[in-house]
Design a protein around this ligand. Structure first.
Ligand code: FAD
Ligand code: GLY
Length: 381
């Protein structure tokens, strides 16, 4: 029996892969499954669009993760009947002035050095792809292999697929302690009921025995009670504010992901247009701010002025689980039977299928597969 702490996209993806391999597991989630960062995300799967110079070590994992997505989305839909709105229209990265164009050129060169498929476009060529782009767009990079998915539909589908394959999700159940005996993780203590600050709040506490425990508690992973220092992942919350506008689904003014200098825009099949996201170091605070939302609206308007006419239908904020080097923390720890799958930062949706496969395979075989090596917590010393 494997206990997975956290029912976000990462915990659910691991659970589903274990279930497919015939390994029993229980996901313990203190709220509702999939309602953390995984609900807040934009669902972009863009290793090409987001590649940064410092992330070159991470790029092979991002690309391998991206390669799994088309089949993964189809498998999820086949297993559950849930359409996860997998879109293959690509992404446009746009420049609005000379400085932006210089930065875009730098990114384009970096992408080409990595052998990525990207095309440099003039402003006019970009507007042929997206006619509602501002006249101020002077240059763009088209990245056809950047796809996106409806992350909210994905977590709903994953929970259904996992349960359908025999997995157990215990919602409104908080892990309040990790049980370690003779240097080995043997289970967790959980408090059942509406999540509170600790187990001394009147909730019943019970122990779930486990052969292995996987910590997939997102931005909260570092603070999990009972986690020994040697296995504590250096993960912190990085806040992202976002909003959604409503387009006419039959005549959307944006049809593919657009990365502008101050906002990204992500269309959904149902007519929603997501606009994101701030990147803020404010601890566990998820307050929406006037400045955050104003900045996103301005950033969207600069790239696509027609956004101004659209109804604003939702605003929200989530907490990215961010590690010290922005790469995920995956694999076994110095405590036998204690595994980590956290720290996915801006790429947790993209990396969910590969994380699920690597961790499940690792648990079954007793060691991380080659593609996941080098991402363990020990790299932080
Ligand atoms: P979460 O989804 O946060 O799940 C962790 C779960 O653990 C939570 O449900 C929590 O309740 C539970 N938990 C915590 N402590 C306990 C406990 N003690 N006991 C029981 N349960 C516990 N990634 C992409 O790939 N593409 C994107 O476009 C993208 N856009 C983003 C936009 C925003 C605004 C944000 C905030 C993130 C975005 N991300 C994106 C990043 C992505 O959302 C995260 O990397 C990913 O969701 C992390 O998944 P997770 O399962 O680790 O965390
Ligand atoms: N990957 C997009 C974000 O984290 O905002």
């Amino acid at each position: 029996m494997i206990v997975i702490v956290g029912g976000g996209i990462i915990g659910l993806a691991i659970g589903w892969e274990l279930a497919k391999r015939g390994v029993p597991s229980t996901i313990v989630e203190r709220g509702e499954a999939g309602r953390g960062a995984s609900w807040a995300a934009a669902g972009m799967l863009p290793p090409h669009a987001e590649v940064e110079p410092a992330e070159e070590r991470l790029l092979p994992l991002l690309l391998a993760g991206r390669a799994l997505w088309p089949a993964y989305a189809a498998e999820l839909t086949a297993a559950t009947g849930i359409d996860v709105d997998y879109r293959t229209d690509g992404a446009l990265l746009v420049a609005l002035d000379r400085d932006d164009a210089a930065q875009l050129k730098f990114r384009h060169d970096l992408q080409r050095r990595h052998g990525l498929t990207v095309e440099w476009l003039s402003g006019g060529e970009a507007r042929q792809l997206e006619p509602y782009l501002s006249r101020a767009v002077t240059a763009a990079v088209f990245s056809p292999d950047d796809h996106c998915v409806d992350n909210r539909a994905v977590v709903v589908a994953l929970a259904a697929a996992y349960r359908g394959a025999g997995g157990v999700v215990r919602e409104h159940t908080e892990v309040v302690g990790l049980r370690i005996e003779r240097g080995r993780a043997v289970g967790v203590d959980v408090a059942v009921g509406v999540a509170g600050r600790d187990a001394g709040d009147g909730r019943d506490v019970e122990t779930l025995a486990a052969d292995a425990v996987v910590v997939a508690a997102g931005a909260w992973s570092r603070g999990l009670p009972g986690l020994p220092e040697i296995a504590r992942p250096p993960v912190r919350p990085v806040k992202g504010q976002m909003l959604a506008l409503r387009m006419d689904a039959a005549a959307p003014i944006v049809t593919r992901m657009i990365w502008a200098p101050d906002a990204y825009l992500v269309p959904r099949g149902d007519g929603r247009l997501l606009v994101g996201a701030t990147v803020e170091e404010h601890g566990f605070d998820t307050t929406l701010t006037a400045g955050g939302i104003r900045g996103l609206l301005e950033g969207a308007w600069e790239a696509v002025p027609g956004c101004d006419e659209l109804p604003l239908i939702e605003t929200w904020a989530g907490l990215r689980p961010t590690s010290r080097d922005d790469a995920p923390i995956l694999g076994p720890t110095a405590v036998e039977g204690l595994w980590l799958a956290t720290g996915h930062h801006r790429n947790g949706v993209l990396l969910a299928p590969i994380t699920g496969a690597l961790i499940a395979e690792g648990l079954v075989t007793g060691g991380m597969p080659e593609a996941g090596r080098g991402f363990g917590v020990e790299r932080f010393g």
